[in-house]
Design a protein around this ligand. Structure first.
Ligand code: SF4
Length: 264
């Protein structure tokens, strides 16, 4: 049972902590409950790390007006939650925000793990600037373990193809790359005609609780990979990701695929 609470928030637009963009996080917490999520310490007043995925704060705004000097800034959905997580189907906060901004000059960027995003196709088609991306890194079988509340990757791939067929700008963020589990090249090949560009990221396990949890799961479910994961994430062996990066670069060059980001 997911705990849902309502909280008052000042404004639906906030300054992104990453750069000069704006961010919109209509929810605090995320029902997708990815076991590696590093947004799990970003909900003010919540330190119950183990409860991540089992609660969501629904943010209520006094209005959905866009400040006059906002212009064509980039607006990211979302930086600390998934705006299309399951509760959105019933609550509709993201839909209301999209309705309020769809005629603005904002450059809207969406990243999700939910095919619920397809619901808002009518608004995306009217926007001046929007791009919609999915993060995908696992097969359906592995996603059930590591991303228990999210739309299955096969359905995310299907949704990306639908968005592209509707002539929208799309991208895929292949992340976090699980060593020996993520079929990076297979995903690139499957999605090369469905996206405008690719992004790739390695696994950020700098948070010790996340690292312990993932290593424990690997030990239990993929015992043959446990030593490799220890080498990479505990002993900081960079060989796997370095070699993979070379493979990604040569493969995407061969395909003439656009890559907007690849881990350093
Ligand atoms: S979808 Fe994103 S924000 Fe939600 S739990 Fe997964 S990684 Fe975290």
């Amino acid at each position: 049972m997911i705990e849902r609470t309502y909280v008052k928030a000042k404004h639906f637009l906030t300054k992104s902590k990453l750069n000069s963009s704006l961010a919109c996080n209509p929810y605090g917490g995320c029902e997708h409950g990815c076991l590696y999520c590093y947004a799990n310490y970003m909900v003010p007043g919540r330190s119950d790390y183990e409860a991540w995925g089992n609660y969501v704060e629904i943010r209520e705004y006094p209005n959905l007006d866009i400040p006059k000097n906002t212009g064509s800034k980039q607006l990211i959905f979302s930086s600390a939650c998934d705006a299309y997580q399951p509760c959105e189907r019933e609550i509709g906060s993201t839909r209301k925000i999209m309705e309020a901004i769809h005629e603005s000059d904002l450059k809207i960027q969406i990243l999700t793990k939910s095919d619920l995003v397809l619901r808002d196709l009518d608004l995306f088609k009217k926007m001046k600037s929007v791009e919609i991306g999915f993060s995908i890194a696992l097969s359906d079988r592995e996603a059930k373990l590591f991303e228990p509340g999210a739309t299955l990757p096969s359905a995310r791939i299907k949704a990306l193809k639908e968005l592209k067929a509707a002539n929208l700008n799309t991208y895929v963020f292949i992340a976090p790359i699980f060593p020996y589990l993520t079929d990076v090249i297979g995903l690139v090949d499957q999605l090369k005609d469905a996206v405008d560009y690719f992004m790739f990221d390695s696994f950020n396990l700098s948070n010790p609780q996340n690292r312990l949890r993932i290593l424990r799961l690997i030990k239990n479910h993929y015992p043959d990979l446990y030593q490799e994961y220890l080498n990479i994430f505990h002993y900081q062996d960079k060989t796997y990701y370095r070699k993979l990066k070379d493979t990604i670069i040569s493969h995407t060059l061969r395909l003439k695929a656009k890559v907007n980001y690849i881990y350093p």
